[in-house]
Design a protein around this ligand. Sequence first.
Ligand code: DOR
Ligand code: ZN
Length: 344
Amino acid sequence: MDEITLIRPDDWHLHLRDGEALKAVVGHTAAQMGRAIIMPNLTPPITTTEQAIAYHQRILAALPAGSRFEPLMTLYLTDTTPPEEIERAVNSGIVKAVKLYPAGATTNSASGVTDLSHCDDTIAALAEAGMPLLMHGEVTDNEIDIFDREAVFIERVLTPLLARHPTLKVVFEHITTQQAAEFVAQAPDTVAATITAHHLLFNRNKMLVGGIRPHYYCLPILKREQHRQALLKAATSGSGKFFLGTDSAPHAQSAKESSCGCAGAYTASTAIELYATAFEEAGALAALEGFASLNGPRFYGLPPNRDSITLSRRSQSIPASYPYAQGEAIIPLLAGETLGWSIS
Ligand code: DOR
Ligand code: ZN
């Protein structure tokens, strides 16, 4: 197969930031994706529908002229988000989901949830409305090893939550372990997962062997090969529960290449080509359209995009950097390297 045409994909997990940074990155996603679920972890976070509507306007204003890209907005859940906020979110037609960051789990998560028991009424309102809860699925307890934080989250947080709210729609975001892939596969159809391209392509050796490579540092952190294989199996299985979510997370070069570097991989500019590379490795290019273009809309109750994109087996060099905010650069994942697929 030297050419593959797909219904235009969507990105069900994306960081666009704000201001100058937003203007620097949004065109990359808009050039290939029809829609994207926009993460709310700005500073300060997007916690109300009113803020989400204003952020939506800023994203539309930052798009290249003529773009039909549609941002799908989310709210950042806090210990004090009232159930009435869910009603406002549903009525807005613009907010499509609510994001749970366990407090302290990752970038700009300080205002996240300290204990889900504080949010029980609000989560009941989400279940009632059929609006998905998107979860950064890692515990934050100091005594839990960073490589185990996702698996422990399933036991300590996700399983009890689903027992309390059996009809809640949940997206277990950017899963990175065999445990998460197996959990989602056996869960009811109300539970789905996104998978990033970088977790399908790389294990932790890529980040740590031969030197510490900060552009591969993201959260949840890359795991060992056994987990990458389980993710590839899930993504290419044909199950409608797994779909594309890049977690493309821009940070300035100086914030990544630092003695305490930020978590995040920037993949938006070549997202679908990276996924095609991973699916090809698994001998499963035929499963790419379901994962990238059909499963996400079905879970969110939205129609698939009406146009298509064509990928061809033509190599492209990933630029060494892109311009970012404040005169800084962003270093994309695989900067300066060659990919075997290009958008025609
Ligand atoms: O690597 C990550 N970067 N993981 C996250 O959960 C957050 C994201 C960011 O916002 O930079
Ligand atoms: Zn993210």
